[in-house]
Design a protein around this ligand. Structure first.
Ligand code: CP
Length: 329
């Protein structure tokens, strides 16, 4: 495979190869090997049309640890604000010799459009497109779950129960996670207000159309004791019509994660959040700052996972070769 556009494109073997490679790369970093020469002489462009803190910085760290030449492009302050199209932006980057483009875009489907086009010859990696997908987020989430839920190298997440709570309707993280987690054998339950669930998530009894490969519940308290990993989602007000904003008090009461709900989780269960968190509404500070919450660890794991994706899409050398030629800095 040359591109990573959707978690749905990953087979179980693809996903395990990325997760195992990320684990090996994380272990190299833990052994004070800070920089690998794998992408020396290759140019990676981070093409961000939408704001980002975690994804943008962790891709940049990953690219630099693999010795790539990195170009950071933000739509704000570029000729996009003068009306330049995605095609002309891509052709410009191609003319500068981009070997890979990491793209975040407000339009669902923009990374797929780039990957299918002949505007760019390099790899396209989706860093989040509209409400569609965020595959590297799902990979770093699965990596974090494997580490906490006793599923080591070579193992999938068979039988693990993952509950994803909140604004599923607007969440590319939820979409990528349901694809990847089910590919890896986990059971996914979504908990959300009916207004924040996508049409078609549940099977349609009239048409017989299948729903998503998940359970749906409206009662968070009943699902918590059967959860191994709880993933809270951000309420994405910027993608909502103001008329559909849930009230903060009502949302927190029914779907917010707090200390008393945390006590209902099994002892081994973790609380996850892709970030950015809206503290108070979807998660209290008591939970966000507790040792069971993996938010900061997810960010650190994102560097290893993104290194693995770049390494596998652009690399070429085997991991053993690369480790033997390591630059320690
Ligand atoms: N999780 C995530 O995508 O965060 P950013 O928007 O900060 O990149």
């Amino acid at each position: 495979k040359r591109h990573l556009v959707s978690a749905a494109d990953l087979s179980r073997d693809d996903a395990l190869l990325i997760l195992d490679t990320a684990e090996e790369l994380a272990q190299l970093s833990g052994r004070a090997v800070k920089k690998l020469p794998t992408l020396r002489g290759r140019t990676v462009v981070n093409l961000f049309f939408e704001d980002s803190t975690r994804t943008k910085t962790s891709f940049e760290v990953a690219e630099k640890r693999l010795s790539a030449d990195v170009i950071n492009f933000s739509a704000k302050g570029s000729s996009v604000s003068k009306g330049e199209s995605l095609k002309d932006t891509a052709l410009t980057l191609q003319a500068m010799g981009a070997d890979a483009v990491v793209i975040r875009h407000h339009a669902s489907g923009a990374p797929a459009r780039l990957a299918q086009s002949d505007w760019l010859h390099g790899s396209v990696i989706n860093a989040g497109d509209g409400t569609h997908e965020h595959p590297t987020q799902a990979l770093l989430d699965a990596f974090t779950m494997r580490r906490h839920l006793n599923a080591g190298l070579g193992n999938d997440l068979s039988g693990r129960r993952v509950t994803i709570v909140g604004d599923v309707l607007h969440s590319r993280v939820a979409r990528s996670n349901v694809h990847l987690l089910t590919t890896l054998g986990a059971q996914v339950t979504f908990v959300a207000p009916p207004t924040l669930l996508p049409i078609g998530i549940e099977p349609n009894p009239d048409t017989g159309a299948a729903g998503w490969p998940c359970e749906v519940s409206y009662d968070l308290d009943s699902v918590l004791p059967k959860t191994d990993a709880l993933m809270m989602l951000r309420v994405q007000r910027e993608r909502m019509n103001a008329a559909f904003f849930p009230t903060e008090r009502e949302y927190s009461r029914r779907y917010g994660m707090n200390g008393s709900r945390m006590a209902q989780l099994p002892e081994h269960a973790i609380v996850m959040h892709p970030g950015p968190m809206v503290r108070g509404m979807e998660i209290t500070a008591e939970v966000a700052d507790s040792p069971r919450c993996t938010v900061v660890e997810q960010v650190a794991n994102g560097v290893s996972v993104r290194m693995a994706v770049l390494y596998l899409l652009l690399g070429g050398a085997t991991l053993a070769d690369t480790a033997a030629r390591t630059d320690s800095v």
